[in-house]
Design a binder for this molecule. Structure first.
Ligand code: PLP
Length: 396
C-alpha cells in the first residue's frame, strides 16, 4: 500500500460493479444466484448495429480515428441531438469518448480546479462523487426528499451554490431512483443556473430512451438557449441500444470546454474504438424501432416489480418513470431481521438467504434503500420476488 497514492486510497471501487462480480463469482462456484445488481440491458445489441461493426472490420476501419470521434459518428450525433432533443450543435462542440462515464471523467478533469465544488443531488449514481474526488474536486451532496420524488428543487440548488461551485450534476431519468425531472422542475432549476453565471451544469441523459412519463422529456438547452454555453450534455448508446460493452458515449457543449476535454482524452485514451464508433453511427442513423421494443419491455417489468415489492412486508417502493431500477425503502425490513442493522447488511443477507443480489442504497447516498435492476426477464423477476418473500416472511 506504500506504492498507492493517497488520492486513489480515498476512492471507493464501484459498489454496483462489486455486487455484480460477487454474484458472478457465487454463480461460478455453483450457487444458484439471481443477479439484480447489474446496470445493463439484458437485450442483445440489434443486428443492424452488429452488422455495421462487422463491415467496419472488413473494410479495414481498424486504425486510429480522430481523437474526438469519426466525422461520420459526430455527424450522426448532431443529427440525433437535432431530431430527438431539438438542439443544434456544430462538430467542434462534440467529443466522443469510451462510454458516458468517460465523458463525465473528461469533463471533470477539464473544468475542476483543486477544491472546486460539484453539486450532486442524493441519491446519486455511485460514480459521481468518486470521479469528482479523482479530479481534485469536492462533492457537495444535497439530500433530496422522497416527497419531492428524489429530485433536487430550485430552492435546494440555490442554497447549495457557493462562490466555489463549478458544476451541478443532474441525471434524469435517474439511476438509482427511476425518477425524471418535469419541464416545470427543469425550468425552475434552469432559472437558478441562469442567475449564477459561473456555474456549469452537466445533464446525464443516458437513460432518456428508457422513459414512460406522461410529458415528453425536455432538454435544458432547448428550454434555455441562453444556457447553451454552460450546459454539457452527456449521453451515449450504452443503455438505449443495449451497447454497454461497446463503450461509446459523447459530450456536447461549448467549444472551449469540449476542446479542453479533447485535450484530456488525447493524453489518456486517444480515440474510442474505431469499430464501436462505426456501430454507434449505425445506431443513431439506422431504424429506431428497437428503442420502443425495449422501452415497452422495461415498463412492463417495472410495473410488475414495483407492485410485487410493495406486496412484501417491510418494503415500500414508489413507481418510477424511467431507467431500469426499482429503489424501495427497506428500513422497516431491516428492523425485523436479527443481526441485520442496515441496507448493506440486508443486501448481504438477501444474497446469502434468498440467493438474490441487490445493491445497497448507501453507496448511492441513500441508506435505508436498496436498488434492484429490472433489466432481466419477468420470469427471473418473479423468481427473485418469490425467493425474497420466502426468506423474509418468517421474520414478520
Ligand atoms: N450515467 C449513469 C447515470 C449511469 O447509470 C451509467 C451506467 O451505469 C453511465 C452514466 C455510464 O454509461 P456508459 O456505459 O456509457 O459509460
Amino acid at each position: 500500500s506504500e506504492f498507492v497514492s493517497d488520492l486513489v486510497k480515498r476512492v471507493k471501487p464501484s459498489a454496483t460493479i462489486a455486487v455484480s462480480m460477487k454474484a458472478a463469482e457465487l454463480k461460478r462456484a455453483g450457487k444458484d444466484v439471481i443477479g439484480l445488481g447489474a446496470g445493463e440491458p439484458d437485450f442483445d445489441t440489434p443486428d443492424h448495429i452488429k452488422k455495421a461493426a462487422i463491415e467496419a472490420i472488413q473494410q479495414g476501419k481498424t486504425k486510429y480515428t480522430a481523437v474526438d470521434g469519426t466525422p461520420e459518428l459526430k455527424q450522426a450525433i448532431l443529427g440525433k441531438l437535432l431530431r430527438e432533443n431539438h438542439v443544434s450543435y456544430q462538430a467542434n462542440e462534440i467529443l466522443v469518448s469510451c462510454g458516458a462515464k468517460h465523458s463525465i471523467s473528461n469533463l471533470l478533469c477539464a473544468v475542476i480546479n483543486p477544491g472546486d465544488e460539484v453539486i450532486i443531488p442524493t441519491p446519486y449514481w455511485v460514480s459521481y462523487p468518486d470521479m469528482t474526488l479523482l479530479a481534485g474536486g469536492k462533492s457537495v451532496l444535497v439530500e433530496t426528499n422522497i416527497d419531492a420524488d428524489f429530485k433536487l428543487t430550485a430552492d435546494q440548488l440555490n442554497q447549495a451554490i457557493t462562490s466555489k461551485t463549478k458544476l451541478v450534476m443532474l441525471n434524469s431519468p435517474s439511476n438509482p431512483t427511476g425518477k425524471a425531472y418535469t419541464q416545470a422542475e427543469l425550468v425552475a432549476i434552469g432559472e437558478v443556473i441562469l442567475a449564477h453565471p459561473k456555474v456549469l451544469i452537466a445533464t446525464d441523459d443516458i437513460y432518456e430512451h428508457i422513459y414512460w412519463g406522461q410529458e415528453p422529456l425536455v432538454n435544458l438547452v432547448a428550454l434555455f438557449p441562453a444556457l447553451k454555453d454552460r450546459v454539457i450534455i452527456i449521453n451515449g448508446v450504452s443503455k438505449a441500444y443495449a451497447m454497454t460493452g461497446w463503450r461509446i458515449g459523447f459530450a456536447a457543449g461549448n467549444a472551449e470546454i469540449i476542446t479542453a476535454m479533447r485535450k484530456v482524452q488525447s493524453q489518456s485514451t486517444s480515440n474510442p474504438c474505431s469499430i464501436s464508433q462505426a456501430a454507434a453511427t449505425a445506431a443513431y442513423n439506422g431504424p429506431q424501432d428497437c428503442l420502443m421494443v425495449m422501452k415497452t419491455a422495461f415498463k412492463e417489468r417495472h410495473d410488475y416489480l414495483v407492485s410485487a415489492l410493495n406486496d412484501l412486508p417491510g418494503v415500500k417502493c414508489s413507481a418510477g418513470n424511467g431507467a431500469f431500477y426499482a429503489f424501495p425503502d427497506v428500513s422497516a425490513l431491516v428492523k425485523q431481521i436479527d443481526g441485520v442493522h442496515d441496507d448493506v447488511e440486508l443486501s448481504t443477507w438477501l444474497l446469502e438467504n434468498a440467493g438474490v443480489a441487490v445493491v445497497p442504497g448507501t453507496p448511492f447516498g441513500a441508506p435505508g434503500y436498496v436498488r434492484l435492476s429490472f433489466a432481466t426477464s419477468i420470469d427471473v423477476l418473479k423468481d427473485a420476488i418469490n425467493r425474497i418473500a420466502c426468506a423474509v416472511k418468517p421474520h414478520f
